[in-house]
Design a protein around this ligand. Sequence first.
Ligand SMILES: Cc1cc2nc3c(=O)[nH]c(=O)nc-3n(C[C@H](O)[C@H](O)[C@H](O)COP(=O)(O)OP(=O)(O)OC[C@H]3O[C@@H](n4cnc5c(N)ncnc54)[C@H](O)[C@@H]3O)c2cc1C
Length: 354
Amino acid sequence: MKYDYIVVGFGIAGMAITFQLKREGKKVLVIDGTQAKASHVAAGMYNPVILKRFSLAWRGGELLKSAKIFYNDLAVFLQQQTTLDVPVYRKFHDVEEQNNWFSAIDKPALSPYLSPYLKTTTSSAIKAPFKYGEVMQTGRVLVKEIFEKFKQILSEDNAFVCEDIDYNTVEVGLEEVEINGHKASKVIFCEGHNMSKNPFFNYLPLGTNRGAYYVFKSSSLKLEVAVKSHYFLLPLGNDIYKFGATYQNHIQIRDGADPNYEKAILKTQLEQLIDCDYEIIDFVTGVRPTVKDRRPLVGEHPEYKNLIVFNGLGTRGVTQAPDASRRLSNYLEHGDSLHEEIDINRFADMFYQT
Ligand SMILES: Cc1cc2nc3c(=O)[nH]c(=O)nc-3n(C[C@H](O)[C@H](O)[C@H](O)COP(=O)(O)OP(=O)(O)OC[C@H]3O[C@@H](n4cnc5c(N)ncnc54)[C@H](O)[C@@H]3O)c2cc1C
C-alpha cells in the first residue's frame, strides 16, 4: 500500500502532525521506534511566561491560543480529556522578586497572564514568607493518556508500526519515498534528539538538553497547585508529586550524564523547598531536542522535496507543536508559506557547506 505520508517518530511532534494530516483526510502511516522519547517523560505543563525573569515566551499568547484550540479538537477526536487546568504559583524569594512581578504586570503583553494578587497555598510544608504570584491560563497536557489512545486508534486502522528506521533503506524517488519497505509520497521525520543519526537532516543544528525529575509520595505536603521555585513541584493527585526537571545542555552531557549528580541536585533543591516527610518512588530522565535560536525546525530537505523534518520543540513541546504542526500541514496541503522563524531554510547555508 502507498501512503500519502509516513511519519517517523510518535512523540509530541509526530502525534501533532499526524493529527493535522488525518484532519485533512490523508492516509498516514506512523513508524515509531524503540529509542527513548522525551514526550513520554514530559510533565506536559503549558504556561506562556518565562518564570525566571517574568517575560513572555516567544509568541507566548499566540501559541497558547493555538494550543488550546488544538487540544480541544484532539479531545473530540480521541473522545477523551486531553488537558487539565493546573494553577502555577511562582514562589517569591525576596521583596525584589515581588517588585519585579508587579512591574511585569504593567506590561500589556504580560498582564493577561500574571495575577495582581499575592497568593498563599494550602501547604504548611512550604515556607513562603514572600508569598506567590499566580500565572493564569496554565495547565497540563495529559501526554501519556493522549499517546495511549491515539496509538490504539492508529493500530486498529493498521496505521501504526513499531520499528526502528534503518536509514540505509531509504530510497527517494521523484514521486515516492520507500523507507523500511513502506512507501509514501512524503516522509516526515519527527525523531526528537535522535535526528542526529538521520543522514538527511543531521546538518541541522539540533542540540540536546537532558532533564531529570523525581516522582515522590508525601501525605503531609497537601499541595493543590504547581509551585515554581528553582524547579517545578507538580501535584499529580493521590499524594504523588513530580519535582524537577533539571536542565543540562549538550556540553555538560557530552561525556555522559551522571544520574547521581542529578539526584543530588534534586534532593538538595527539594529539601530547600519542602519541610515534611516524603518517599521517592521514581527517578526519570529524558532528552529535549533544542535549537540555539529556540525555534522549531520545520520544512523540506533542500534537495529531496519529499523528505520533511519536524523537530526542535525544545522545552515547550506541548505549546510549540500545535502551531508548528498546523503551519506544516497548511504548507504541505495548501501551499501556505511557513513562518520564516521556524522554517529550516534559515540554516540552508549549513547544508551547502557540508
Ligand atoms: C524531563 C523533561 C520534562 C519536560 N517537561 C515539559 C513540559 O512540562 N512541557 C513541555 O511543553 N515540554 C516539556 N518537555 C519538552 C518536551 O518533552 C519536548 O519538547 C518534546 O517531547 C519533543 O517531542 P518530539 O516528538 O520532538 O521528540 P520525542 O518525544 O523524543 O519523540 C521522538 C520519537 O521518535 C522516535 N524515533 C527516533 N528515532 C527513530 C528511528 N530511527 N526510527 C523510528 N522511530 C524513531 C522515538 O522512539 C520517539 O518516539 C520536557 C522534556 C523533558 C526531558
